[in-house]
Design a protein around this ligand. Structure first.
Ligand SMILES: [Zn+2]
Length: 173
């Protein structure tokens, strides 16, 4: 089985990195992260050649989003983008996940690996785990949600109840 392996990043590293980004754009104290505005207006300021492509289902097929970190391109399927604009929690997370790939997964940080089917990559080296952890932290930042209930996190941060639970459960990891 061939897989992609990323340079190891711990949850702590991801938290620190996300906080740095949020601070940089003055959003570190906002519970509700404006992910679509960030994608459309703020990312092009941080990454001057950033390109956002909103593409129809006909082109994207089953993929909700796709990122080419070396070319600074993020593609989001049109219906996913439209729902994110309306505040759709799952779709907001899809965008946050893709932004994680953009920031963390340039070619030099990624390598191909071969494993037999019983082996599993440790989470901290799995680019999908890393992008999920980044997305969760961007939308429901650990330093802001301490002591909140899952429903509060869902309502205030605009994430699904399961994402809220994952973030709360990860607080002390
Ligand atoms: Zn991904």
């Amino acid at each position: 089985m061939t897989c992609y392996k990323a340079q190891g990043v711990s949850r702590k590293d991801i938290r620190r990195f996300v906080k740095k980004i949020k601070k940089l754009v003055g959003l570190e104290n906002e519970l509700y992260f404006p992910i679509v505005e960030f994608l459309e207006n703020i990312l092009p300021e941080i990454i001057p050649d950033f390109q956002l492509e909103i593409l129809p289902r006909l082109v994207m097929g089953d993929k909700h989003g796709e990122t080419f970190p070396n070319r600074n391109i993020i593609r989001i399927r049109e219906d996913v983008y439209d729902r994110a604009v309306e505040g759709g929690e799952r779709d907001r997370m899809t965008i946050a996940h893709e932004i994680g790939h953009l920031f963390m997964h340039e070619e030099e940080n990624i390598s191909l690996c071969r494993m037999n089917s019983k082996q599993r990559l440790p989470a901290y080296e799995d680019p999908e785990w890393q992008a999920d952890a980044f997305g969760g932290e961007l939308l429901a930042s650990s330093y802001l949600i301490e002591g909140m209930s899952p429903c509060d996190v869902r309502d205030k941060c605009g994430v699904t109840i399961s994402a809220a639970r994952v973030q709360l459960n990860a607080l002390h990891k």
